[in-house]
Design a protein around this ligand. Sequence first.
Ligand SMILES: NC(=O)c1ccc[n+]([C@@H]2O[C@H](COP(=O)([O-])OP(=O)(O)OC[C@H]3O[C@@H](n4cnc5c(N)ncnc54)[C@H](O)[C@@H]3O)[C@@H](O)[C@H]2O)c1
Length: 252
Amino acid sequence: MLSGKIALVTGGRGGIGRAICARFLREGATVFAADLTKEGTLSDAADGSRFVRLDVTSEEEARATMARVDQECGKLDILVNAAGIEIEKTIEQTSLADWNRIFAVNVTGTFLASKYALPLLRKSGSGSIINFGSYDGFIADPGLAAYCATKGAVHALTRAMACDHGPEGIRVNAICPGYVDTPMLKNFFRDAGDIETLEAAVRGVHPMRRYGTPDDVANLVNWLASDEARYASGQLWVLDGALTAQVQQMRL
Ligand SMILES: NC(=O)c1ccc[n+]([C@@H]2O[C@H](COP(=O)([O-])OP(=O)(O)OC[C@H]3O[C@@H](n4cnc5c(N)ncnc54)[C@H](O)[C@@H]3O)[C@@H](O)[C@H]2O)c1
């Protein structure tokens, strides 16, 4: 579905990002995996992606990353903004440094990568940006206040970017996953206590009785990146196994 396309995935060595890179490669794209380290949050990172070291909070590195893509490929068709961090605190527990850090990665990172990708996406003629929101941008998990706020900001930014760049043939969407089995989720469970009991309880509150896999997310990203999604833009695509479709009482 992506033959001849050039893609760049920030957070490309994380749980979801790596699955996206692998899927894009299988679909025939040239893929740049941009992350802090080659291993990201996972140790066995090898695939056919071109690794580029990128801290998404750095304007200089965002500019240099896109310059490298331009030099090697001359255009960009797909940008996936999957780099993200989570801080498990209420606002009273959150320091200003925590707050600034999570906004720098989740929101400013999306802004900077998109800003410097846009000239290359214009050259493509049919660019697609896929941001990472979360169901936490609509409703709140307890103890994730700053994270929820960043995801709400990404949702609003997604709509604004879609309006501004639609006339240039660039589509912008956000995927808003529920629980996805990645290092980020494992950290969340570990911090909360007994992992196995918690995992079973979380599966139980999902109507589909499981949570998502990185490949579940990569399937939707792949479609949004492809020309089949040519009329899909400006939307927040919730992917949560019906978790947020049910009324709270049904969970009792
Ligand atoms: N896992 C879930 O349950 C879940 C649910 C909803 C949304 N999301 C979102 O999906 C995205 C991917 O999350 P994941 O679960 O794969 O997490 P993850 O922790 O496995 O991967 C995140 C990746 O981002 C990279 N990263 C962190 N800071 C960076 C920076 N400054 N510059 C560049 N890269 C940086 C990390 O190195 C890591 O490889 C995130 O935006 C996350 O908020 C995840």
